[in-house]
Design a protein around this ligand. Structure first.
Ligand SMILES: *[C@@H]1O[C@H](CO)[C@@H](O)[C@H](O)[C@H]1NC(C)=O
Ligand SMILES: *[C@@H]1O[C@H](CO)[C@@H](O)[C@H](O)[C@H]1NC(C)=O
Ligand SMILES: *[C@@H]1O[C@H](CO)[C@@H](O)[C@H](O)[C@H]1NC(C)=O
Ligand SMILES: *[C@@H]1O[C@H](CO)[C@@H](O)[C@H](O)[C@H]1NC(C)=O
Ligand SMILES: *[C@@H]1O[C@H](CO)[C@@H](O)[C@H](O)[C@H]1NC(C)=O
Ligand SMILES: *[C@@H]1O[C@H](CO)[C@@H](O)[C@H](O)[C@H]1NC(C)=O
Ligand SMILES: *[C@@H]1O[C@H](CO)[C@@H](O)[C@H](O)[C@H]1NC(C)=O
Ligand SMILES: *[C@@H]1O[C@H](CO)[C@@H](O)[C@H](O)[C@H]1NC(C)=O
Length: 831
């Protein structure tokens, strides 16, 4: 019986050794296996890199957790990782006892995991306290870090065939050469170099006594043709094993030479010619998986060629949670483990020099920079898209072979196998290392850096997105579409926010959040099903109008000058919406009193004729989206909606206006913003802030800190996203004005007589501004943005946006204003 001393600190010492290294499920993780809500992975957030970063960031931001990257990466493993947990069907269909959870760490990956935690990555036997994150986050993190295979028959195996086609396409291999048919006779006969081994009951490895049914047979005979691999995280650059990734960073951050004899504790090593120590980075990443493949394939199939690499795929590309592998055998070093192994190895190798550049770099930032399409970790070379080259420059065959040989010899004394290797281990090692190199060079066809840049935007959104949801959508159809938007607009502490409202009455379903994890844990199937049914534009739009006006008042009270954009998106399944005078009146009020808000409609059927009068831009603000109930084709269907959201510039406002627009001069006010090297930010100022002339009215942009390269400031009244060197056919070159912003001084955009030739505010175009870092993403070699509460990346360039004497003019008052001008001119003309 283990107990946890309860301190009011986040780090808890454990007297009885590491619980996640014990051969039963660690007490803190048990809840993930007995609580039916947590057990159903569809209730947990998807396993993606942004979700991983979000959870890690929450731990870093927790005031009770005060530790650096080195300590945190080790403690994450010690607290949340436990490899090899498998389901065991209770015998004879006994009702599952409340004293027993039918799960235990019995899969082969557990034995290497145990060595990792007890011998390779020290943590002074500490873990993070059980109040550090809530249960949903804890279980999500546990599943992202813990490698295991679930071979139970699920019932959706008819899709497995589709997976093979997908694989053939992805890896360029033919289907036949890698679909291995299970040959039970091979299993049953003891092969030439194998014999049953005796287990030493006094060794410190515990096994289940019932050897006949442990690991290998149960896994291989499991009926699913495409078992689920756990511990896998979706990234744009291929699925990655989170355990290997974090272990590599932890091992690299605290490098250790561990004597092989210490790993093979208590057992005699059979291999006198292995090197005497291993470097912990190797067994934590690549040689750990290689050693498993060598020992298991060597004893179970007597292979002389060790098979490396097992392809697989997610059963959903939006909100990925279940990763299926395309084979039931030779699954010791699957594709995600290879990628995670390489990434962990590369980051572990680089971490010392990276910390030399910026010693207080956070783990979340390290991952954010590595898995980013453009900039990388202080060097464009250090990015996930460059994995193949990184693997070649960092991993040498000879070192890998020597380390793998030594670790395989050590693991052999720790892991129960179906035979005993009496010789020839070195050949198996060489075969495994060679096959690893070949496979990782030619079979992982992940997105290249060139394609990553070509297919990613060079601007990031800071959008407060409100989705007004019609609950008549099937959850399976609409959830992937929403997940796609949440991911694409980068809902993030430093980026966008998401709020889910009900189209029945505009009430809140999920509160405004800057956290993907929080959004996904709240918008579950159960939450969707408990929403009130129906769409009522009159009620919902009225309540949204009141809420948005309230928001403006709140911003006014906080002296908010700008920085984010706001979009309301109605996502409607119901046919024929009820539109009427009252609805139109609400839309008009919203238009006039919340001028920076963009109202969009995405409807299952074409409702243009019905709702065209509610939006600002009838050609672009209404879209038909046909979402499949299978949740497929989401990017194709949703990208026109996403593009519309992306086109809305960040606001710059006079905070004194609120939603009343009583004319008041703003005086001089400012806010700071940040741009990444090579990126550009777009802003839009509504004519509601400059409609009537004022001599002093202007916007000023200045650098407020150092940073790589120069900034370019452009502005335009015509082009919504102005850039230098724009080539738009038929565009008057003077429509865009650009200036370089030096490290001192500023750029002034004057707003005198800016609406002179327009009779109404509605017809006067807004002012669009952009701030671009012109470095073209050069290697930023120093950390200049070091305040982790505001700087997403340490190389972000800070600048200031200042407003001077913006006014307040609303649509309602504009007629009056124009009328006054007409009367004045008439008066002047007559007299
Ligand atoms: C955390 O652990 C302590 C000690 O085991 C226990 O008393 C407490 O209920 C746990 N808290 C949570 C939130 O699980
Ligand atoms: C993916 O497969 C899992 C396991 O069978 C299932 O629970 C889940 O609903 C599937 N998801 C999709 C989107 O098909
Ligand atoms: C704007 O976005 C930032 C983060 O990107 C957030 O901290 C801030 O609260 C947002 N402001 C408003 C008014 O939504
Ligand atoms: C939203 O937040 C408010 C307080 O900030 C809370 O009262 C309300 O219950 C929350 N709504 C939901 C659906 O979580
Ligand atoms: C999510 O749900 C929890 C528990 O019901 C609630 O406390 C929290 O406020 C919700 N978060 C959001 C963003 O609605
Ligand atoms: C505005 O602020 C009040 C008081 O702080 C708060 O109750 C309300 O929810 C806020 N409204 C919005 C839309 O954020
Ligand atoms: C614009 O063109 C000039 C000269 O052709 C070039 O030096 C500059 O790098 C270009 N700027 C951008 C942002 O493409
Ligand atoms: C909103 O204002 C724009 C001009 O800014 C105008 O073209 C549009 O018709 C207005 N829409 C509504 C619903 O009042």
């Amino acid at each position: 019986m283990y107990w946890l001393p309860f301190f009011m600190v986040a780090v808890v010492g454990i007297t009885h050794g590491q619980l996640t290294a014990q051969s039963s499920i660690a007490p803190e993780l048990r809840e993930c296996y007995f609580d039916p809500i947590l057990l159903n992975r569809n209730n947990l957030p998807p396993t993606t890199i942004p979700v991983l970063i979000d959870i890690i960031r929450r731990i870093e931001d927790n005031p009770d957790v005060n530790m650096d990257l080195r300590q945190l990466s080790a403690l994450l493993l010690h607290t949340y990782r436990q490899d090899g947990i498998e389901f065991h069907q209770p015998e004879g269909n006994l009702a599952i006892s409340s004293n027993v959870i039918p799960f235990a760490p019995t899969f082969h990956s557990f034995h290497r995991h145990r060595l990792l935690l007890t011998r390779l990555i020290p943590s002074n036997l500490q873990t993070l306290g059980n109040t550090t994150v809530n249960s949903v986050l804890k279980c999500t993190l546990h599943h992202m870090l813990s490698t295991t295979v679930d071979a139970r028959l699920r019932g959706d195996e008819s899709n497995c065939n589709q997976l093979s086609q997908y694989r053939a396409l992805r890896t360029g291999r033919s289907i036949s050469d890698d679909v291995e048919i299970l040959d039970i006779s091979v299993l049953k006969t003891n092969d030439k170099n194998g014999q049953m081994r005796n287990f030493d009951p006094n060794s410190d490895v515990e096994y289940t006594s019932n050897y006949g049914s442990i690991k290998s047979e149960r896994q291989l005979l499991g009926e699913s043709q495409c078992p689920l691999l756990d511990g896998v995280i979706f990234s744009q650059w291929g699925a990655v094993s989170g355990g290997n990734l974090i272990a590599g960073i932890a091992a690299g951050a605290q490098p250790q030479q561990v004597p092989v004899l210490e790993l093979a504790k208590g057992s005699v090593l059979n291999y006198p010619n292995v090197q005497q120590t291993v470097t912990s980075l190797y067994p934590a990443t690549l040689s750990g998986d290689l050693a498993e493949a060598i020992l298991i394939q060597g004893t179970e199939r007597g292979s002389s060629s060790i098979s490396i690499g097992t392809a697989g795929n997610w059963n959903s590309t939006q909100a990925p949670r279940h990763f299926m592998i395309h084979s039931r055998v030779n699954i010791e070093m699957t594709d995600p483990e290879i990628r995670g192994g390489i990434d962990g190895f590369v980051l572990g190798s680089a971490i010392t020099s990276v910390l030399g550049t910026f010693s207080s770099l956070r783990l979340s930032q390290l991952l954010d920079m590595y898995y980013s399409p453009r900039n990388g970790i202080f060097s464009q070379a250090l990015r996930a898209c460059n994995r193949r080259e990184l693997s070649q420059t960092h991993i040498t065959n000879q070192n890998l072979a020597g380390e793998t040989f030594a670790f395989a010899a050590a693991l052999d004394t720790n892991m129960p196998l179906r035979g005993t290797i009496m010789g020839g281990l070195e050949q198996l090692v060489n075969s495994a290392v060679t096959n690893f190199q070949t496979y990782s060079t030619s079979n992982l066809n992940d997105l290249s850096c060139v394609t990553s840049i070509a297919t990613s935007l060079d601007y990031r959104l800071k959008t407060n997105l409100y989705i007004v949801l019609d609950s008549s959508w099937p959850y399976q159809a609409v959830y992937p579409a929403i997940a796609y938007l949440v991911d694409s607009i980068e809902v993030d502490k430093f980026g966008s926010s998401i709020t889910l409202l009900n189209a029945f009455d505009g009430s809140v379903v999920v509160n405004t959040t800057f956290s993907q994890v929080e959004f996904h844990s709240n918008y579950t199937l159960a939450a969707h099903q408990s929403m009130l049914n129906g769409v009522n534009l009159q009620t919902s739009l009225t309540n949204i109008r009141i809420m948005m006006q309230d928001q403006l008042r709140n911003e006014s009270a906080r002296n908010y000058v700008g920085g984010n954009s706001t979009v309301v998106l109605y996502l409607i399944n119901t046919g024929h919406l009820q539109n009427n005078e009252i609805v139109f009146e609400q839309a008009r009020l919203l238009n006039e009193t919340v001028p920076d808000l963009r109202l969009l409609f995405a409807t299952a059927t074409n409702q243009f004729d019905n709702i065209w009068n509610l939006v600002r831009d009838i050609h672009n603000d209404i879209r038909a989206v046909s979402l499949a109930t299978t949740g497929t084709n989401v990017p194709i269907v949703m990208s026109p909606v996403l593009e519309r959201i992306q086109s809305v510039g960040r606001r710059i406002v006079n905070p004194l206006c609120g939603s009343q627009f009583v004319d008041q001069l703003s005086g001089t006010r400012q806010f700071d913003d940040f741009v990444e090297p090579g990126y550009i930010n777009f802003y839009t100022v509504s004519p509601n802030y400059f409609y009537v002339h004022n001599d002093n009215r202007r916007i000023r942009i200045s650098r407020s800190a150092s940073g790589a390269g120069s900034l370019v400031v452009c502005h335009s009244r015509v082009v919504a996203q102005p850039r230098r060197n724009t080539t738009i056919v038929g565009l008057d070159p003077s429509a865009i004005t650009c200036e370089n912003l030096a490290s001192t001084g500023n750029i002034e955009i004057r707003l005198q007589n800016a609406c002179d030739s327009f009779w109404t505010i509605g017809s006067c175009p807004p002012l669009h501004i952009s701030v671009q870092s012109e470095t073209g993403a050069v290697d930023a070699t120093s950390a200049i943005c070091t305040d982790a509460s505001v700087c997403r990346f340490p190389y972000n360039i800070r600048y200031q946006v200042q407003i001077e004497d913006l006014g307040c003019f609303s649509g309602a008052s504009s007629l009056g204003a124009s009328l006054a001008i007409i009367l004045t001119s008439l008066y002047l003309a007559i007299f």
